[in-house]
Write a protein that binds this ligand. Structure first.
Ligand SMILES: [Zn+2]
Ligand SMILES: [Zn+2]
Ligand SMILES: [Zn+2]
Length: 221
């Protein structure tokens, strides 16, 4: 197994995600300790940044429901939206694809779950810029996401859409979920994916080429 010696504590540990972030020479434990020490040394700064942040969240507008977050969690399957690292039992952090500081909102299409490292590294960047930065650093990125319906790029905005809506027997199961751009998501509303796709084709809108819609209906009660 690959090993790496932490430049901070000098301890040699397995070079796995459990102990190191890729391309980092400081072990995760030391990274955490540094972050905690900063918090302790700067209690006021921390308190201010928290209240400033809270204020920003309040001012940003938009909103998401707990159902939307549940769908997002199902879709992400406990993997970071950016680096796909498995969260395991670690805390997950909600990240705004377009940061609040850049006019992002709290709408579901702007929210993803990210690991702590990505959340920190991303800082005030747009999701698309953060992906660009990660690629330039040779860091692993999730495969590019496109809208299931119109194939537009979803790096900076995307909703989790149910192919078969709940009202029509669709279940909250991963195989019933697709990523959609906010406008397709809204337009589809309570149509099935197949209905919405054929509506798009009839209206001459850009539509993905071929699909197989495989949907499990929830069992009748
Ligand atoms: Zn260390
Ligand atoms: Zn990550
Ligand atoms: Zn779309």
């Amino acid at each position: 197994m690959d090993e790496r010696t932490c430049r901070k504590c000098g301890v040699t540990k397995p070079f796995t995600r459990e102990f190191f972030s890729p391309r980092r020479w400081t072990c995760n434990a030391c990274m955490r300790a540094t972050a905690n020490k900063w918090d302790q040394d700067n209690p006021e700064k921390k308190a201010i940044s928290r209240s400033v942040y809270k204020q920003r969240v309040t001012n940003a507008g938009g909103g998401h429901t707990s159902d939307e977050l549940l769908l997002l969690r199902l879709m992400q399957d406990r993997k970071c939206y950016y680096c796909e690292a498995n969260f395991g039992d670690a805390a997950v952090e909600k990240d705004h694809r377009t940061p609040l500081s850049k006019g992002g909102t709290n709408d579901a299409f702007n929210i993803v779950y990210a690991c702590r490292t990505c959340n920190r590294d991303k800082g005030g960047k747009l999701a698309s810029d953060f992906f660009g930065w990660r690629r330039s650093e040779g860091l692993h990125c999730r495969p590019p996401l496109t809208c299931f319906f119109c194939e537009s790029d979803l790096a900076d905005a995307g909703n989790v859409s149910l192919r078969m809506p709940v009202q029509r027997g669709g279940a909250y199961l991963p195989e019933n979920l697709v990523w959609a751009c906010p406008s397709c998501y809204t337009e589809k509303n309570d149509q099935t994916a197949a209905e919405y796709l054929s509506w798009r084709r009839q209206n001459g809108l850009k539509t993905r080429q071929s699909i197989r819609v495989l949907v499990k209906r929830s069992k009748p009660k």
